[in-house]
Design a protein around this ligand. Structure first.
Ligand SMILES: CC(C)(COP(=O)(O)OP(=O)(O)OC[C@H]1O[C@@H](n2cnc3c(N)ncnc32)[C@H](O)[C@@H]1OP(=O)(O)O)[C@@H](O)C(=O)NCCC(=O)NCCS
Length: 132
């Protein structure tokens, strides 16, 4: 069975009174050998909303949630080899290349959750203000 979690991102959820959807972030627990491996995907669909920190913040929040509440211990991202911004973002977050598909022109990156990485992520989620 494959589980996935999807969160839609809203521009200015906190700052602006009128929120607008700009993208989404997903994780898929689709590794049949290890259900605690999560593939992560992010899309800031609206070009105007890119480059403002939303992508990185959303990925970090999703990862923090997945570590704390789902026990995820490895994150995986599959990215087109020409997608420089996404490759930069995941590599700067500590992901490293584990394989490359010449057919799909796609790079697979992984980030194992070491103890210090988990602590770093959990600190982030402690600082999130939630509104019900
Ligand atoms: C890739 C993407 C998710 C980045 O989100 P974003 O909100 O635009 O990026 P952020 O402003 O949060 O920047 C995060 C990091 O991405 C990288 N980045 C962002 N824009 C970049 C650009 N134009 N060129 C190079 N690197 C870039 C940088 O490493 C940046 O980190 P830094 O600010 O510390 O340098 C977004 O551009 C996007 O949705 N693109 C199309 C869909 C896609 O490629 N999805 C990924 C498949 S999993």
């Amino acid at each position: 069975m494959v589980f996935f979690l999807n969160v839609f991102l809203f521009k200015g959820l906190i700052v602006y009174p009128f929120a607008a959807m700009v993208g989404d972030v997903n994780i898929f627990m689709n590794d049949v050998d290890d259900p605690q491996v999560a593939e992560i995907e992010i899309m800031i669909a609206e070009p105007k909303s890119r480059g403002k920190g939303l992508g990185k913040e959303s990925v970090l929040m999703m990862m923090a949630y997945a570590v704390r509440d789902l026990g995820i211990h490895v994150f995986r991202a599959k990215i087109g080899e020409s997608n420089g911004s996404s490759l930069n973002m995941f590599c700067n977050l500590g992901f490293q290349e584990t394989s490359r598909s010449e057919i799909f022109k796609e790079v697979t990156l992984e980030l194992p959750m070491t103890q210090p990485k988990c602590e770093e992520l959990l600190k982030l989620i402690d600082n999130v203000v939630t509104h019900v």
